[in-house]
Design a protein around this ligand. Structure first.
Ligand SMILES: Cc1ncc(COP(=O)(O)O)c(C=O)c1O
Length: 624
């Protein structure tokens, strides 16, 4: 995105006739996201996000985010001797010896006859034969603001990330250094992620994605049955959501002034609340865990009580408050002391009654279908729990971060049960179509009124990025797509199809214990086989670590069948399927076929699969 170098006889942004720079992330000449060449008399590369050409006397490419033209003697896009095209986001400016136009969007200085630099979106520099300015965000001709690498004959400077100049060039950066992705994670981020991915052979290099598929560099397609842990509810890059994001950026809204009221948060709240008419207000944050934190704080403040109940095996996020209501010791260990909270088994009303009798409970937080293991609250539980809670002046919090927005075949999973009206509902993940972090806590008016009881308390609970325009626009677009494309209905119908097709395999494969779930949230549980041969193999895995068999299934699903799934929690023999809610029969067929083949392998004693099991055992035994 960063202007790098332009080119032309007289050199525009970057290199010209005598330029030595080429283009590319680490080039010293020009650079652009998709630039391939360099620039110079016979350069073919250009600079700019989508440039394909180059700049120079004989160049045909151009420069600019969307330029397709080039620059050169006869170039019309970018810069060159007689270019008339331009460079910049919308490529209106130009640069080159005979250029008369100016730079791209937002640029103030343009090149003219003899100009050299062609600035881009934010470019402020100008360009002249000895121009020292350049181009900014989308600059194509020359270097960034402040660059001293001016384009002119003889220039060597350009700009681009990693280059000697300035500016930012996303595509060039990715092209030049994308190959280092696993090493970079190992060195600078959570080093166990690449380690784990290498171990199970998940260390793929995915290049692009659309809908329920992504593709590797060789053009192989992969079916996504994970949806980025559920955030890609509409699949990747839904055109309507994508357009909404382009539109909101182009609108240059006065967003996040923090002391005004923007329309988009109000509009999204209004739309969101139509799906839970018993609720009145919304707080927007930036993630699922933040939505949960908000609910915990609001419940405690509104009731004046400290304790929150949660269900065994629950998952509500990993910040400290949410961790306090996490039902797995593996997540909690070492982080104590947490908030005063207590677990009750999902579905156990007596346990709930006992805890409520102590009089200090603010709320029960519950996932209507637990993400871990895909366990559903038993029929009638939520309604009965709600009555008990209200009788004790405590609140019901529904965590719909994963189950909400159609995942289970209803807009919210609590709606499968008549009469359930939670006091607070947490939403996140799919709300922004997977593009922008977002979270929302919906609640009853009296709770919000209590928390924000006076003007003094206006910021008592807030988030700097909360309600930002990108998240809000994406959210509105997602809700529109859900309505227009009947996404909830599709999740219900396709989910039923997937579940019934898989359930039909239970009798055929002794390692398969149960298929359960709602809508497009499906759990496949494995269990101890009956036959002697398989039993000893199963026992070998169990002795090393619970959950290894499920891992043994997930791996060939990806390696052999190019389908991404996950084991549904540590030490669980359960695979969870949460594909985009837009999948249909084609994806169901592909998954069921692949899963059947994997089951055949496992039951036929397929050497390779169990060999891999032995490798997993060795790793588990060797430990950490
Ligand atoms: C039910 C539930 N609540 C909360 C969260 C936390 O969301 P986030 O990862 O956005 O913080 C998750 C994440 O998986 C979840 O499944």
């Amino acid at each position: 995105m960063a202007g790098a170098s332009g080119a032309g006889v007289a050199g525009t942004g970057g290199p010209g006739v005598a330029d030595t720079g080429g283009s590319g992330v680490s080039g010293t000449g020009g650079s652009g996201v998709a630039d391939t060449g360099g620039s110079g008399v016979s350069g073919t590369g250009g600079s700019g996000v989508a440039d394909t050409g180059g700049a120079g006397v004989g160049d045909t490419g151009g420069s600019g985010v969307v330029d397709t033209g080039g620059s050169g003697v006869s170039g019309t896009g970018g810069s060159g001797v007689v270019d008339t095209g331009g460079s910049g986001v919308s490529g209106t400016g130009e640069s080159g010896v005979a250029d008369t136009g100016g730079p791209g969007v937002g640029d103030t200085h343009g090149p003219g006859v003899g100009d050299t630099g062609g600035p881009g979106v934010a470019g402020t520099g100008d360009s002249g034969v000895v121009g020292t300015g350049g181009s900014g965000a989308a600059g194509t001709g020359g270097p960034s603001v402040g660059d001293t690498h001016g384009p002119s004959v003889g220039d060597t400077g350009g700009s681009g990330v990693g280059g000697v100049g300035k500016g930012f060039d996303l595509g060039g950066l990715l092209a030049a250094r994308g190959g280092e992705r696993y090493d970079l994670h190992a060195r600078y981020l959570n080093h166990q992620l690449p380690r784990m991915l290498h171990t199970i052979g998940f260390d793929k290099v995915y290049e692009r994605a659309e809908g329920a598929y992504f593709w590797d560099a060789d053009g192989n397609d992969y079916l996504d049955m994970l949806a980025g842990f559920g955030v890609m509810g509409l699949g990747r890059h839904h055109p309507v959501v994508r357009k909404a994001l382009h539109d909101v950026l182009d609108a240059s809204l006065a967003d996040l002034t923090r002391f005004d009221c923007q329309p988009l948060p109000g509009l999204l709240a209004e739309r969101l609340l139509t799906h839970s008419p018993h609720l009145d207000r919304v707080f927007f944050g930036n993630s699922g865990t933040e939505a949960v934190e908000t609910a915990l704080k609001f419940a405690r403040y509104a009731t004046g009580r400290p304790r929150v109940l949660y269900c065994a095996h629950a998952f509500h996020g990993l910040t400290t408050g949410s961790l306090s209501v996490n039902g797995e010791t593996g997540f909690r260990d070492g982080f104590a002391p947490l908030l005063p909270d207590t677990a009750v088994p999902l579905g156990d009303l007596d346990a709930l009654r006992r805890e409520l009798a102590r009089g200090d409970v603010a709320a029960l937080i519950v996932e209507p279908v637990q993400g871990k293991g895909v366990h559903e609250a038993p029929p009638g539980y939520l309604r009965a729990a709600q009555e008990l809670l209200h009788r004790h002046k405590a609140l019901l919090i529904a965590d719909e971060v994963q189950t909400g927005l159609g995942r289970t075949g209803a807009f919210y999973a609590y709606q499968h049960e008549e009469g359930v009206e939670p006091d607070l509902v947490c939403v996140a993940k799919a709300l922004s179509g997977g593009y922008v972090p977002v979270g929302a806590t919906l609640g009853k008016d009296w709770i919000f009124k209590k928390v924000y009881s006076s003007m003094d308390r206006v910021l008592v609970h807030s988030a700097s990025f909360g309600s930002n325009a990108q998240a809000m626009a994406a959210g509105l677009a997602v809700l529109a797509v859900m309505r227009d494309e009947k996404v909830v209905e599709n999740a219900r119908v396709t989910g039923e199809l997937l579940k019934s097709r898989l359930a039909a395999l239970v009798d055929r494969y002794e390692l398969l214990r149960e298929v359960r779930g709602r809508g497009l949230m499906v759990g496949i549980e494995f269990g101890r086989p009956r036959s002697l041969k398989l039993r000893s193999r199963w026992a070998m895995l169990q002795a090393a670590r619970k959950g290894l068999f499920a891992q043994m299934v997930v791996v060939p699903l990806l390696q052999k069948h190019r389908i991404l799934t996950q084991v549904s929690g540590d030490h669980l023999e359960v695979i969870k399927l949460i594909p985009p809610l837009t999948v249909g029969e084609r994806e169901v067929d592909r998954f069921v076929e692949a899963f059947t083949a994997v089951m055949e392998d496992a039951h036929g004693g397929g050497g390779l699969m169990w060999d891999f099991g032995r490798t997993l055992v060795k790793q588990a035994v060797a430990g950490k």
